[in-house]
Design a protein around this ligand. Sequence first.
Ligand SMILES: Cc1cc2nc3c(=O)[nH]c(=O)nc-3n(C[C@H](O)[C@H](O)[C@H](O)COP(=O)(O)O)c2cc1C
Length: 380
Amino acid sequence: MAGIFGDNKFKLGLFGVNCSASCTFSNAPERWPAEWDEIVEVVQLSDRAGIEFTLPIARWRALGESYVWRRSFETFTQAAALAALTKNINIVVTAHVPLIQPVYAAKSIITVDHVSKGRAAINLVCGWNAQEFAMHGVHLDGDRRYEQGDEWVEIFNKLMEGGPDFDWDGEFYHLKHLTTDPLPVQKPRPPIISAASSSTGQDFAARRADVLFTAVHNYDATRETVSRLQGLAAKYNRKPAIFVETAFVVRPTRKEAEDFYYYMAEEHADPEALAYFQSRKIETLASATAKADIEVDRNIVENMRNPRNGSQKYAGHFPGMHLCLGTPDDVVEEMQRMHALGLDGTAVVMLNYKNELPYFIEEVLPRMERAGLRNPFKGA
Ligand SMILES: Cc1cc2nc3c(=O)[nH]c(=O)nc-3n(C[C@H](O)[C@H](O)[C@H](O)COP(=O)(O)O)c2cc1C
């Protein structure tokens, strides 16, 4: 079986190729430009190599004046295009709960599921930057966003089941005559992904998602986080896959990888992007961030406030992003450790996917196969 629930022990996905600079706070001139033809090229390359998914970032504006996320493609419409241009890879759409109404989202993702013949998935995010929501005239309630998310998922799931028309009279939604046709190819519905790091957000993810994203910061804490998430999900009779996001810097020698990482994340760190990210997130989620009552969240908040005192080394490294750096052998060893912590895979970030992905596919994937983390890819 291919895809996000396939047989590979450690799965991989492209992260953020629809946005300029993806998830790096780097000003290095070769940073990712998010040109459409290059996006198609790296997604098709991944599709042919058996990489399991492509996960876009839903964004409406740049990080302040910075290049990071200045340019981004909308995720539902690009998913329909990518679905038609690929054969194997799971195509994820990312929906902001406060912006995309569940009836609209259901019909859109069902469209992608049919175009892709059952490869669609949805990443549900509840928002962290009030400025993006103000662009749509929507107030983002930092404290209640996941309560709205709960109701959103209930409506979405009910639509996906089919059956007679229904009305919905909840706290956040008052909707009449709900129905959708066709139903999705995947049953009961395309997978739901959630990537929350606060305790309320992770509780929501455990209740509602089939794939949870968390962060690696130190191994003991990650092991504990994975078992806490599994325990939370078990209370709701769920057994989600658990993923993280990782920046990869892979070079023939460790020294080359270290030098390149220093170049991209320290010499070319983009302090404006970090400052904006920090100020928006802390302002929007003032009360939630002040709580930061679980280790994952504390670590991210600490890295945002003071990048060099947190678990990351350079200011151009995205807060909460794990790092796999070194030779192909080094990064495969690190992925073995990640797998041993209970992680099912990672979303992959690179400074420039077009430059770096071919080497990763040629040198890292075969080593992962030899290490038992992946099977040779035979196509769907
Ligand atoms: C893998 C991953 C993907 C994410 N994608 C988006 C996105 O596309 N848009 C967005 O606004 N937030 C995105 N986020 C942010 C999360 O939805 C979430 O708001 C953040 O991790 C903070 O957690 P909290 O909401 O529980 O405070 C993503 C986070 C991760 C780890």
